[in-house]
Design a protein around this ligand. Structure first.
Ligand SMILES: [Zn+2]
Length: 461
C-alpha cells in the first residue's frame, strides 16, 4: 500500500533551491519565528500510536501536512504507506557536491497516547504558555520535526543549498518499534536512502547544566538492544485446597522475582566510559566505575536513563495466570522487558538463563539489535563546533540510550546513527521525565537555539 505524492508548488519559493544566495539581513529570522507555530500545528494533529493500525490515527494527516509545508517552498516529497494511514514522508534536498555521500535527517510523526485528564493543558492543544509549547510530542519528537522543517523552509526561501544531499524522512510507527515506518521503508524502499552514510535524529543533543558557564550536551552514539520476552511456567493443575508441590504460579513468580531484583554487573562501553570521564571532569568528582550511581545522581532525573546504560537490564512488566481463587492453573506466564548493551547479547542470554532457572520456557516477543558508533570524525566535529558556536559553555559528550529508536533500522543500511536534536534547556527543567510524560513541553527559546545549531551543523556537515 503506497502512494507517490508530489504536491503542486506554490508560494514564494517557487523553484528549486539553487545556490548559496547573498547573505540575508536576519539569518534564520523566518525559521525562528515560525518554529513554535509549526510545532503547535503538528501537535494538534493527533498521531497517537496504540500499536494497532485499527486504533492509531493521524500519521497520514501529519505526513500530508508536512508535504504541504515543504511544497510551499518548492520541496517535493513522497508519501509511502505500509498499511492504510500508516504514512511516512521522504524528501531529498540536493547538495552542492553530489559526489559526497548523503546525510539522513529523520524524525517520527507518531506519539504515545496521552490521557487529557492527567494534563494541565489538553495534550493535543499545542498550546503556547509561559514560553513553552505544550503537548504530546513536544519533546518526543515533533520538536525536532518542526525545527528541521522550519530550517529547510528558511533555506529554500533564501536560496541556501547544503553541501551534500540531505534526505529528510518523517516516519510512522516509531513508538511501536517502527515495523510500519522506518523498518518497512528500509526493507521495502532502501533506494530512498541511496548514498546515506550517516544519520541524525533523537534522542540527544540536549543540555544538562553543570554551572552557569558549563553545560554538557549529550549526543547519542549508541542504543541498547531490545529483548522483550515471555516466560511460561508449567505445572500440575489442581484444587487450591490440596497439598501441592508443582505450582506453575509459584515457579513463575520465583523467576520473576529473581529477574526483577537482580542487579546485573556494570559494563563500561566506550561511549559510557567517555561520558563518565566527562561527568567526573565537569563536576570535579571521582567516579567508581563499579558504583557509578552516586556520582550520576548529580545529573538529576536523567540519571535513571543514564544508569540503565551501564548494564544489561530485565524488568518484569506483565504477569498472567489463573482464573479462579481455588483452582491451581496448569500454566503461568510473565512478560519481561530486557535490554542489552552493544556487544553483550550472548552474555545477556547467559545472565537470563541463570536467573530464570529450570522448568520455564522463554520466547522472544520482540528482539532487536544494539547499535553503537564512535564519537569522532568530521560529522561529530561539526556537531561539536555548531554547539560551541551557539553556546560557549557547551561541552558535547557521547552517551548510550537505554531505549530504542529508528536508528536500529537505519543502521541496517550501514549508516552511522547519532541522536542529535539540539536543545539548550533551562537548568531546572526535568527533561527526562517529559519523554512519554504528563505535561510534555519544550521551551520556544530552546527550539530557536536548536534551529541555529542545526543550521550551522547542516551547512558544514
Ligand atoms: Zn521518539
Amino acid at each position: 500500500m503506497e502512494y507517490l505524492f508530489t504536491l503542486a508548488r506554490e508560494g514564494p519559493g517557487n523553484g528549486t533551491i539553487t545556490s548559496m544566495a547573498e547573505p540575508f539581513a536576519q539569518p534564520l529570522a523566518a525559521a525562528q519565528s515560525e518554529v513554535a507555530e509549526l510545532l503547535s500545528d503538528l501537535i494538534r494533529i493527533d498521531t497517537t500510536n496504540t500499536g494497532d493500525t485499527a486504533t492509531s490515527a493521524g500519521e497520514r494527516a501529519a505526513a500530508e501536512w508536512m508535504a504541504c509545508k515543504l511544497a510551499d517552498v518548492g520541496i517535493d516529497s513522497e508519501i509511502h504507506e505500509s498499511e492504510p494511514g500508516r504514512a511516512s514522508l521522504v524528501a531529498r534536498i540536493e547538495g552542492a557536491d553530489r559526489s559526497r555521500p548523503a546525510l539522513l535527517v529523520h524524525g517520527h510523526l507518531d506519539v504515545v497516547p496521552a490521557d487529557p485528564g492527567e494534563w494541565s493543558v489538553h495534550p493535543f492543544s499545542g498550546e503556547e504558555r509561559d514560553g513553552y509549547i505544550w503537548g504530546r510530542g513536544a519533546v518526543d519528537m515533533k520538536d525536532m520535526d518542526a525545527m528541521v522543517l522550519a530550517l529547510v523552509r528558511d533555506w529554500a526561501r533564501t536560496g541556501v543549498q547544503p553541501p551534500r544531499d540531505i534526505v529528510l524522512a518523517y516516519v510512522a510507527d516509531e513508538e511501536a518499534g517502527g515495523k510500519l515506518g522506518a523498518r518497512w521503508l528500509v526493507d521495502e524502499h532502501p533506494d530512498l536512502f541511496e548514498g546515506c552514510t550517516e544519520a541524525i535524529s533523537e534522542v540527544g543533543g540536549f543540555s544538562i547544566t553543570v554551572r552557569d558557564d558549563l553545560r554538557l550536551y549529550l549526543v547519542q552514539t549508541a542504543e541498547k538492544g531490545l529483548a522483550w520476552m515471555r516466560l511460561t511456567a508449567s505445572g500440575k493443575p489442581g484444587h487450591g485446597s490440596f497439598v501441592h508441590d508443582d505450582n506453575a504460579v509459584t515457579r513463575l513468580c520465583q523467576a520473576v522475582a529473581r529477574l526483577g531484583s537482580a542487579r546485573l554487573p556494570t559494563v563500561l562501553t566506550p561511549p559510557m566510559r567517555q561520558f563518565l570521564d566527562a561527568v567526573s571532569d565537569a563536576y570535579g568528582i571521582e567516579i567508581d566505575p563499579d558504583q557509578p550511581e552516586e556520582a550520576l545522581a548529580r545529573l538529576g532525573s536523567i540519571s535513571r536513563m543514564i544508569g540503565a546504560a551501564l548494564r544489561n537490564t530485565a524488568n518484569p512488566t506483565m504477569v498472567d495466570a489463573g482464573y479462579k481463587a481455588n483452582v491451581i492453573p496448569g500454566t503461568a506466564s510473565a512478560t519481561v522487558d530486557g535490554r542489552f548493551l552493544y556487544g553483550q547479547q550472548e552474555e545477556f542470554e547467559r545472565q537470563l538463563a541463570g536467573l530464570i532457572g529450570e522448568g520455564i520456557q522463554r520466547e522472544w516477543i520482540v528482539h532487536d539489535q544494539a547499535v553503537e558508533t564512535t564519537f569522532d570524525g568530521p560529522l561529530v566535529d561539526q556537531m561539536v563546533a555548531a554547539l560551541k558556536a551557539e553556546d560557549d559553555g557547551a561541552r558535547p559528550v557521547p552517551f548510550t540510550m537505554s531505549g530504542g529508536t529508528d536508528a536500529k533500522s537505519f543502521e541496517r543500511l550501514g549508516m552511522r546513527c547519532f541522536g542529535f536534536s539540539p536543545l539548550r534547556l533551562p537548568a531546572d527543567l526535568d527533561f527526562a521525565s517529559l519523554f512519554h510524560g504528563i505535561d510534555e513541553r519544550v521551551p520556544v527559546e530552546s527550539l530557536q537555539f536548536g534551529i541555529r545549531v542545526l543550521d550551522r551543523f547542516l551547512r558544514n556537515a
